[in-house]
Design a binder for this molecule. Structure first.
Ligand code: 6PG
Length: 261
């Protein structure tokens, strides 16, 4: 079932997390083809966590023919661990997606967690982003698409409720003291998330239902994911029935995807 949200964006609910992930992957592939054709490149940031695992599987199975030479992969956040560590988002995305598709190595822009500190890793990541987009000073880069998850506490990327400053940040990437392990992380900032052409929040599981309701329905909420939702240009929520189970849905149904999936 797809619902239109006031102003901008959509909310799509599927009976399983896998169906939600498959739909998000289709959206990502469509955006990739469109951007590569119209702009000559597609710059996307990906997330870690458990929820996108099936998304990466669908993308690696169905996305072999995408314009990978024009596709640039960044990370919405990274844990400050070696690239071979089991908690590394880069490692997860490499194993699930990047090693299965013909993306040129130079198009993968990972956070260099081998730097001596998380602060330094954030600085070099920011510089890599600025070099790619050709921007200087405090100008904010404009990604084509950023895939995000949502934590039970309302965090997104590695912007946690206690992460400060969230709003007047001039930087593109910052070191973060996370509220759950691994504690040292690097994250894109709120201005970067809200400047992206499109955000896809992929969420699954009944344990997220309470926070999803607050983010989708409470326009006063100050949770990091709420701030993204309130300020982003175009937000697509894609979730399973568990995550959607507490929504009161004061939003308008458009059409059903149940029969097709
Ligand atoms: C990370 C993330 C993080 C994640 C949420 C949801 O590196 O952990 O990018 O923001 O998306 O914590 O994680 P789950 O999908 O595992 O619930």
């Amino acid at each position: 079932m797809v619902f239109l949200m006031a102003g901008k964006g959509t909310l799509s609910v599927f009976d399983t997390g896998k169906a939600a992930a498959a739909f998000a992957a289709e959206s990502w592939m469509k955006a990739c083809r469109e951007s590569a054709q119209t702009k000559g490149y597609f710059a996307a940031a990906l997330s870690g966590g458990r929820t996108p695992i099936h998304f990466y599987r669908v993308l690696s199975d169905n996305g072999k023919g995408l314009p990978w030479s024009k596709t640039h992969i960044f990370f919405a956040d990274e844990r400050y661990v070696p690239a071979t560590h089991k908690e590394s988002n880069y490692r997860m995305v490499r194993e699930r997606l990047l090693s299965h598709v013909p993306v040129p190595e130079d198009n993968v822009h990972r956070v260099r967690t081998q730097e001596a500190t998380a602060e330094r890793a954030a600085e070099t990541y920011e510089q890599e982003i600025r070099d790619f987009f050709g921007i200087e000073g405090d100008r904010i880069p404009e990604f084509d698409l950023i895939m995000l998850g949502i934590g039970e506490d309302g965090h997104t990327a590695s912007l946690f409720p206690s992460t400060r400053p969230l709003e007047d940040e001039k930087r593109a990437a910052i070191p973060v003291a996370a509220e759950k392990p691994p504690y040292a992380r690097i994250s894109l900032t709120l201005p970067v998330l809200t400047t992206a052409q499109r955000i896809i929040f992929l969420v699954a599981g009944g344990e997220k239902a309470g926070v999803v309701r607050e983010i989708v329905e409470d326009s006063e909420s100050r949770l990091p994911a709420s701030l993204v939702k309130q300020r982003a240009k175009n937000v697509q929520f894609v979730m399973d029935e568990g995550a959607a189970s507490l929504l009161t849905l004061g939003i308008r149904p458009r059409r059903s995807f149940y029969d097709r999936l």
